[in-house]
Design a protein around this ligand. Structure first.
Ligand code: SAH
Length: 442
């Protein structure tokens, strides 16, 4: 079936609903909305996604500028703002705690604040500056994917994966990506800008709000337990802000996600890996290797031309020495390109003797790209060769298979772009795991 044709709907897929702005979504009578989800915010739940017209509806001209997002207002300015209203600075922590720990979704919800202050806060700030543009939900495993629209109308993606008592948030760090990995949808149009600290924390807050605080199901955590920084963008190119966002995520009065449950995935920027090693945190590092020889890696990951594999491995070894944390090497498996016996042997030789773990990620189709997923025996060949050399290896699980595809594709779809430039309905029956499935950090 050509990639742009849609598949016939299976029974559960008839639960598909699509909400146009201003209308209430409908749902097949046999299906229910996921718990804790306000049906007005879910816009799409389907295997197939519509291509929206190229020009997105813009807010009418003359509307006032959006209010500043609370999380990105500098503490000094907040103090002054409070002082003008004869309010103590401790209100800042109170508000943060309400948002981050108590799941307040509006200033009005913050019943420990004076009523007048709540009204004034709502007139001066947005509690959350992002808007949910699309919300996809995979019935089969409770995976959620959000496309968030930022204040400047740019879009980013984030995902909640729920499994084995874990609730893992996968977040983006940039709009687009500047690394240009040839198989990846996020970087097809380059990088637009770094996300702010607040925009990163908001992804976590919105995903956390989709977990069920009253969950008694041992498979479904009542809060966020893990974070993987594997969404759009190169995290180490926005490291300072990312570290600030992760500090908020780890705070006891915040989202309470422990450092050892955070994984940062990088294309491999040696100086930044060393900087991360030196901050004295227990974050887990994942390096996107994808090839064991410089020639092939430069074809797949163009930035390798400047860095080279050995400088990346040296920096990763330094990270291990400094933190004692085993490094994960991600290896996207591209059928016929990096999955042969010679590639397997090169990879094993490179990593044997290092305290390393390999995560094999069978390529997730990206509309318009001609790479292939590996054949089963090739994947098995990689696994066996690595095992024989004593290198620990796992194949990344597929998650949320009903909802759309690899990192960065949905955003492009909503912007009316596909890699091939086709403006057709895009088949989206792929896993979203390529960029989103957790690597199970301990
Ligand atoms: N810039 C960071 C984060 C990227 S996303 C990095 O390079 O690590 C996390 C992982 O998903 C990376 O290993 C990335 O190469 C991989 N990935 C991206 N698109 C993919 C796709 N279509 N199929 C499989 N893996 C993909």
């Amino acid at each position: 079936m050509p990639a742009h044709q849609t598949k016939p709907l299976k029974e559960w897929q008839r639960a598909l609903f699509l909400n146009q702005p201003g209308t209430r979504p409908s749902i097949h009578p046999g299906w229910r909305f996921p718990d804790l989800v306000d049906p007005r915010t879910i816009t799409v739940m389907s295997l197939t996604l519509p291509i929206l017209p190229e020009s997105q509806p813009q807010p009418p001209e003359g509307l006032p500028k959006p209010l500043p997002g609370f999380l990105d207002v500098p503490v000094e300015s907040l103090r002054e703002w409070l002082a003008e209203r004869r309010q103590p600075p401790m209100r800042i922590n109170q508000i943060r705690k309400q948002l981050l720990a108590n799941r307040a979704t509006s200033f009005e919800d913050m019943s420990d604040l004076p009523k007048q202050l709540r009204t004034e806060l709502a007139a001066s700030f947005s509690l959350l500056s992002t808007r949910v543009e699309r919300h996809l939900f995979a019935m089969s495993d409770d995976t959620h994917k959000l496309v968030l629209r930022l204040e400047d109308d740019k879009m980013i993606e984030c995902v909640l994966i729920q499994d084995d008592g874990r609730a893992t948030a996968c977040i983006s760090t940039q709009v687009g990506c500047g690394m240009g990995c040839v198989f990846c949808a996020s970087g097809l149009n380059g990088v637009v800008r770094n996300l702010t600290v607040g925009e990163m924390v908001e992804q976590l807050v919105r995903l956390r709000n989709l977990t069920n605080p009253k969950s008694t199901n041992p498979d479904r955590a009542p809060r966020l337990t893990h974070i993987v920084v594997m969404g759009m963008g190169e995290p180490l190119a926005n490291l300072d802000r990312l570290l600030e966002a992760l500090a908020i995520a780890g705070d006891k009065n915040g989202l309470c996600v422990g450092q050892r449950h955070v994984t940062i995935s990088t294309v491999g920027l040696p100086a930044k890996i060393r900087q991360l090693a030196d901050v004295g945190k227990q974050y887990h590092l994942a390096v996107s290797l994808h090839a064991a020889s410089d020639g092939l890696r430069t074809q797949i990951v163009p930035t390798n031309d400047k860095t080279g594999i050995s400088a990346i491995l040296e920096a990763a070894d330094y990270f291990y020495e400094k933190t004692g944390r085993q490094v994960t090497y991600e290896y996207v498996v591209l059928g016929g390109m990096n999955d042969g016996p010679t590639h397997a042997k090169e990879l094993a030789r490179l990593l044997a003797g290092r305290k390393a773990h390999v995560n094999l990620i069978p390529w997730n189709d990206v509309e318009g790209m001609t790479f292939r997923r590996p054949m089963d025996d090739h994947l098995q060949g990689l696994i066996d060769t690595l095992h024989r050399s004593g290198v620990s290896v796992k194949v990344r699980k597929r998650k949320g298979s009903e909802i759309d595809a690899a990192c960065g594709q949905l955003r492009r779809l909503l912007e009316g772009k596909t890699a091939s430039g086709l403006e057709t309905a895009v088949h989206s029956g792929n896993a979203i795991d390529g960029a989103f499935t957790p690597t199970a950090p301990e």
